[in-house]
Design a protein around this ligand. Structure first.
Ligand code: FAD
Length: 425
């Protein structure tokens, strides 16, 4: 038995690791791998120039493998840029806002027709604030001149050599300042024993972040840069068993490695459930790129994938979290959202551009999953799209791209684990 051969239930879920291995490696991974090469999913709009909001003394890493090739204007298909999804969302948002405005005006005039402009503005600000409560991530500003498209296929997540103080400061800040902690002060967040002293919501938060960290580190072990075999040959990308052992073998990770690997399955289950829950919405999205044959293919591939996901019997049960409507629970939910939002801001402090790109994408994908699961809308995996469904719930193209690609990263990590097991046999 290799330490990476995990067994039994994923913690806090009624689902076995073995059934997830089988679902992912036989059904989900091959489909996602193909889907994510399509134009709709491969171009990600991101601002990699945003300054770090928390510290200023970190320089950007100059390592060759940290470099990101952004697309020039003419490299991105024009129809991807003028995405129907976003345009439709914009129109329906505007329609909603018009609706709000009428409602607001009625309310305001009923209150006092002499209300000043500043009071009206304050009323509007509160409305915007209420709308933003559903957001688990801070989104890049749509109007920033620094937003660029990146072709994800040309910039794969892999070993970059980003290590030392800079990533350690990021991870420390994520775990120590933004994950929930049990009472004692701990280095890099709680270990397994301490977790049991925390409530389910706080444990779930920690496990999702730890699962994401595991996934990032599995990718750098799986796509590691090996020196060339010959004096003049190119270096080669491939799995590095020593690096993998170093990070996940209980002997070299204070016994924490297998648990961190298990957290990957937890994060996977959360995003799997979000996809199942949002299926009615995702099934009616256009996946518009301007090429009608390819768009039809993508819609069919999404339908096929979502059918498999929806028929999985052991989904994560988000209704166990934030169960009652007490003030305490509401406070906890807001803290949960604020902590996650802060983590999305920390991603702008990552010193290596390639790591920043994938960090931002994966945190946005996870934040979108949380928005689907916890923003209070009543989507049911079995339901069909109702007439006003679109007005109630919105995802932008960037959120959809991030959600599928983030899930694709977790799926690829679970698939790589299988490969490491074989290599170590
Ligand atoms: P780190 O991975 O830096 O971990 C720091 C400490 O956190 C460990 O000592 C341990 O106590 C704890 N820890 C480790 N794993 C977990 C876990 N799963 N759960 C809970 N606690 C844990 N490098 C690349 O080569 N390619 C990339 O694409 C890449 N992307 C990155 C994205 C982000 C957002 C960040 C912050 C870093 C990224 N890195 C990437 C760097 C990489 O994650 C490591 O930080 C780096 O390789 C140094 O590893 P380390 O062994 O010092 O431990």
């Amino acid at each position: 038995g290799c330490f990476c051969k995990l067994q039994g239930e994923v913690d806090d879920c009624s689902c076995k690791v073995e059934s997830l291995d089988s679902l992912n490696n036989n059904q989900i991974y091959p489909r996602l791998k193909s889907l994510l090469t399509r134009n709709f999913f491969r171009y990600f709009k991101v601002n990699l120039q945003k300054p770090c909001p928390f510290w200023t003394d970190d320089s950007r890493c100059a390592l060759k493998d940290c470099h990101v090739n952004v697309c020039s204007e003419d490299q991105v298909p024009i129809d991807v840029k003028q995405n129907k999804q976003d345009i439709e969302n914009k129109y329906s948002k505007e329609a909603q806002q018009d609706g709000h405005t009428c409602q607001e005006e009625r309310e305001l005039s009923a209150l006092d027709t002499t209300l000043s402009e500043s009071s009206k503005q304050a009323f509007k600000d509160w409305k915007d604030y209420d709308d933003s409560l559903d957001m688990f991530c801070e989104m890049d500003d749509e109007h920033s001149a620094d937003l660029q498209y990146v072709d994800l296929l040309l910039n794969p997540e892999r070993y970059t050599g980003y290590k030392g103080m800079s990533p350690h400061r990021i991870w420390r800040s994520v775990y120590e300042e933004n994950c929930f902690k049990p009472s004692e002060k701990l280095h890099y967040g709680p270990d397994q024993d301490n977790l049991s002293n925390m409530c389910l919501e706080k444990r779930a938060f920690y496990r999702m972040i730890s699962g994401l960290h595991t996934s990032i580190n599995i990718h750098l072990c799986d796509q590691y840069l090996h020196p060339s075999d010959s004096a003049f040959g190119p270096p080669k990308w491939g799995p590095n068993i020593k690096e993998f052992r170093q990070r996940f073998d209980p002997e070299t990770s204070d016994g924490q490695g297998p648990q961190r690997l298990k957290n990957l399955y937890f994060a996977y289950l959360v995003e799997l459930r979000a996809l199942a829950k949002a299926a009615p919405y995702l099934l009616q999205a256009e996946y518009y790129t301007g090429n009608s044959a390819q768009d039809e293919d993508v819609r069919n591939a999404v339908k096929d994938l979502l059918q498999i996901i929806r028929s999985f019997p052991d989904h994560f049960d988000e209704s166990k979290l934030f169960q009652d409507h007490s003030l305490e629970t509401l406070k906890l939910k807001m803290e949960f959202r604020d902590h996650f939002r802060n983590i999305s801001r920390i991603m702008d402090c990552v010193g290596c551009d390639k790591c920043r790109l994938w960090g931002k994408l994966q945190v946005l994908g996870m934040g979108t999953a949380l928005k689907i699961l916890f923003s209070g809308n009543s989507m049911d995996p079995g339901s069909t799209v109702s007439a006003d469904f679109k007005a109630d719930f919105q995802l932008t193209r960037t959120e959809i791209v991030a959600l599928f690609n983030a899930f694709g990263r977790l799926s690829s990590s679970i698939h790589s684990l299988e490969n490491f097991r074989k290599l170590m046999r």
